[in-house]
Unconditional design. Sequence first.
Length: 243
Amino acid sequence: MEKLSNEMEKRFRDLEENLKVIRDGISEASVKSGRSPQDITLLAATKTVPVELINHGISLGIDHIGENRVQELCEKYPSYALSNCALHFIGHLQTNKVKNLIGKVQMIQSVDSVKLASEISRLSEKQGIATDVLVEVNIGAEENKSGVSTEELYDLIPQIAAFQGVRVRGLMAIPPAGADERETMGYFSKMYKYFVDIKAKKIDNVTMDFLSMGMSSDYGQAILAGSNMVRVGSALFGPRIYQ
Ligand SMILES: *Cc1c(COP(=O)(O)O)cnc(C)c1O
């Protein structure tokens, strides 16, 4: 193995520390919410993070990672150490880019239209697989933000689930960035209600196993509100360095 630069050496040590802190935070919040740490999936959000640092995280036990740009995912893909780690796509996805992801990712968390689901399904079926998806909800009803509106959600879920090449495994949301703690908790709680309600409907091809919400600044709150998958980036890997 090539010798690490001092800079990367430091990022490795920081990641080890940060991972402990986050795992403790997840444990505490899971117990407070009447669950156990194993009920919560930690997904490392890896945009801008160098692959050698991501792979160090995987060697420390991170077993879910998520990228949010197709091009970045494809460039890094040959170098990820994925034998014990699932790769997710968590960013906004254009229909014409789906072809670059199918067969590479275990889950696409950002499905917000029938058209997108249809393309994921078509290309998955072509490879003889079904791709796990989450339906992204625009819970803050923000303009220019991706995600299904809460008004459309109940209509869209069965339409998306009708495609054989996808499996609807749950919901994902990113509450408005400017919201204060109380407002954010309100958004998380609303999401949990939708999650439970849709699960109870027992719709064909909809299992509602995952409620993906909570990031570096609010994963503890999200877990208290019922999240079982948190997507943590900067609190693990440090501030993002955009080239
Ligand atoms: C970057 C990103 C995250 C993680 O954000 P942090 O605030 O750095 O934890 C979570 N979800 C999505 C969709 C992201 O793009």
